[in-house]
Structures are given as C-alpha cells and as structure tokens.
Design a protein. Structure first.
Length: 218
C-alpha cells in the first residue's frame, strides 16, 4: 500500500470517527448520563460491535468525547483570558465562559462528570465497570495545568511564581468545578451573581500581583 492510499484510509477513518462522535453527542444531549452504547450505535446507524471496534468500550468513547469537549472549552477559556480588557473583567469573563458552557449543555456536563447517575441497559453489561473518577480527574488536571501556564506567562508574583501559578491554576479550576456543579444542580442565584461572587473570592493576592514586563498581562 503506497503513502497516498494510507493517507486516504486515515482520512476516511478520521471522518468516520468524527461522525460517530457527533452521533454520540446527539444521544448524550438527549439522554445525558443515561446514554448507552446501544442508543449511540442506533443513532449512528451501525451495530454495537462496530462502535466497539472504533472506541473499545464506553470508557473509550467517554475519553474521546471528553477530549472533544475539553479542547473546545479550553479554547474558549483562553480567548476570555486573552481578551483586551482589565484583569477583573477577564477573570469574570473566564468564570462566566465555564459556567455558560455547562449551563448550555448540562446533559453533556453530567455525562462527562456524573455518568454514574445513568442506568445500565440490559445490552450494556460490559460497561458496568465504567469508572468516572478514572477519566474526570485527568480532565480537571488538564484544565488546571492549562490555566497555570496562562498565569505563569502573564503574572509576576515574585519568587516561586511557577509553583504559585500551578497552585492557583488547579485551585481556580477546582473552585469553578465545585461551585459550578453545585450551582447547576440547585440554581440558588443567577449566573452573573455567581461569577461576581467567585471573582470577589479571587480578588486578593491575584489582584496585587504585577504583570510581567513585555507580556500581554493577565
């Protein structure tokens, strides 16, 4: 098989994988944590063994969907952080971007973070061992590292800036996740009020740190 044939096959496989993930997205938007491999296969117009061939099991499909949605969310968060505005405005925009994302697609959020809420259908016994913590924790760690990198690039917090940036990055992501999860379930206040209150919580040493010389600022 020559290089051109291999490239065409890879493009076809990548296209088919995107189509399957789009079908999975439609089912997740409809069913949330109850989304099953049977339903996803039916939505894609294939049999479940073919779905397994592409992703292995529900855990593999979950991981692929998680990367798909996390990539999009991280791009939006970086755009909010890099917007031409005062630091407080950018922090609030970043918090609001995260909360708006989980509010707009709560079923996707619950599928990614709370799949244990779902029920296993008779045809999905092979997926009963699915462990949400095995997959959701790396997603949060990735977001924490990404935010830490942005903080380190843009702030001069004095000695130990790199370590401080990692602590802040993971701490802020943990705060956004925990507060957002609680807010999405109970809706005790408006999104704008939650954003403002969380920004107030952050507005201590973060506000006092100087921007790095020659950088875009934070």
């Amino acid at each position: 098989m020559d290089t051109t044939q291999r490239t065409d096959q890879q493009r076809s496989a990548d296209r088919r994988r995107r189509e399957l993930l789009e079908a999975a997205d439609r089912v997740v938007l409809r069913d949330g944590p109850q989304a099953s491999m049977n339903a996803i296969a039916a939505e894609a117009g294939i049999t479940k063994p073919i779905l397994y061939r592409h992703f292995g099991d529900k855990s593999g499909l979950y991981a692929a969907l998680a990367v798909r949605h996390t990539d999009a969310l991280l791009a939006s968060l970086r755009a909010a952080l890099d917007a031409p505005a005062e630091r407080r405005q950018r922090v609030e925009a970043t918090l609001d971007t995260y909360l708006a994302a989980i509010e707009a697609r709560p079923q996707v959020y619950r599928f990614l973070m709370h799949p244990a809420e779902g029920t296993t259908t008779p045809g999905d016994q092979a997926d009963q061992g699915f462990d949400v913590g095995k997959h959701s924790a790396p997603l949060l760690r990735r977001m924490g590292e990404e935010l830490a990198q942005v903080i380190e690039e843009r702030l001069d917090a004095g000695p130990g800036t790199q370590q401080l940036a990692r602590v802040w990055g993971h701490g802020i992501v943990g705060m956004m996740h925990a507060a957002g999860d609680w807010w999405l379930g109970e809706r005790p206040c408006s999104r704008a009020e939650l954003v403002r209150t969380l920004a107030d919580l952050l507005w201590g040493r973060l506000a006092a740190a100087g921007d790095k010389a020659g950088g875009p600022g934070f």
